[in-house]
Design a protein around this ligand. Sequence first.
Ligand code: NZQ
Ligand code: ZN
Length: 383
Amino acid sequence: MNNFVFQNPTKLVFGKGEIAQLAQLIPTDKKIMITYGGGSIFKNGIYDQVKEALKGHTVAEFGGIEPNPEFETLMRCVAQCREQGIDFLLAVGGGSVIDGTKFIATALKWEGDPWQFLAKPMRVTEAVPLAAVLTISATGSEMNNGSVISRREIKEKRFFFNDACYPQFSILDPTVLYSLPKKQIANGVIDTFVHVVEQYVTFDNKAYIQDYWAEGILKTLVEIGPKLIADQHDYDNCANFMYAATMALNGFIVMGVAQDWATHMIGQEITALHGLDHGVTLAIVYPGVISVMREDKREKLLQYGERVFGITQGSEDERIDQTIAATADFFRSLGVAIRLSDYNIGDDTIEEIANRFDARRFMLGEKGNITPDKVREILHTVK
Ligand code: NZQ
Ligand code: ZN
């Protein structure tokens, strides 16, 4: 196991009816900006619950943050927050609204053009305090310090990390998932699954507890993912999914282990160029990554196949083939098409993505050995 430092300051408030806790969680002397997305919160009653809880508070609102939150939109919110002297941000939404709010919180403390801290990795440490009422489980943004922002004008999607952007608290009421479109449940299950394998299917780190945690999350998703697609009103399945998504990317399973993230990096480029949902890009790319990198990941692929899918029969190579097939079948069982051609994406995009990694001199993967040529090979595998 590698050395590590762990600290996660986010308070989780979990369970049915807990949105009402907002009244106590934010001091009444704060000037709050509530941020939200395209309006789902008005249809499912979440907005009403938030407003009811914040009756005694000073509150402004900013809506219209899009899926894959847009830099230009967020900058409009930054201007409004400055004008109104906002000193607390409350994100009511999913990964896009929470990430967007982390960006707004950071930009408010940033001198100069905030694109700077997205354009290239740099240390950012300040932010206006923020918190979240989660409405969709997928990204883990409710309990981490990361944020991913898009800039459609230049077809870019970039991320940053800021320790001041851990939400002060996040409210997780599993009943919010009842109103999700099925497509978003599938996206969330896949995103959670791929967050785990990015931190688990690498090489043997002799981190037994982290492996069992990762396998526990994966097995839970395999068990309840298709059930959630069939019936999203089962409270316990929603609760377990919600908890799985948070635990997949809040720093627990990654303590002391190597990390891959090639699937996310490649998927992010597909979204930047074609606007596909984040979860969909991961379902396309991941089977390609484990096919092309099967030798580097051999030991862990065998462990993953056996412990998550119960694959024990056949030679090592046959078991790895079965494991890759089981992974792809799981994504398909959620109703997601997993080939680039299903989305009319062809060779020109594959070349563009390989060239982008070449230009940025990026080497991906837990061993830093996924070259632009390997990226090309991965994408051809899933054409
Ligand atoms: O905008 P509204 O109208 O609210 O509708 C949203 C949106 O259209 C809808 N939705 C959310 N909650 C709902 C609901 N519809 C009905 N009932 C509800 N309760 O769902 C749609 C998708 O929302 P979005 O927030 O975009 O989804 P998600 O949570 O999957 O976030 C995706 C974004 O997060 C980034 C992705 O790249 C993408 O930009 N990620 C963030 C990460 C992080 N911060 O750690 C890590 C991830 O790997 C990921 O990259
Ligand atoms: Zn993700």
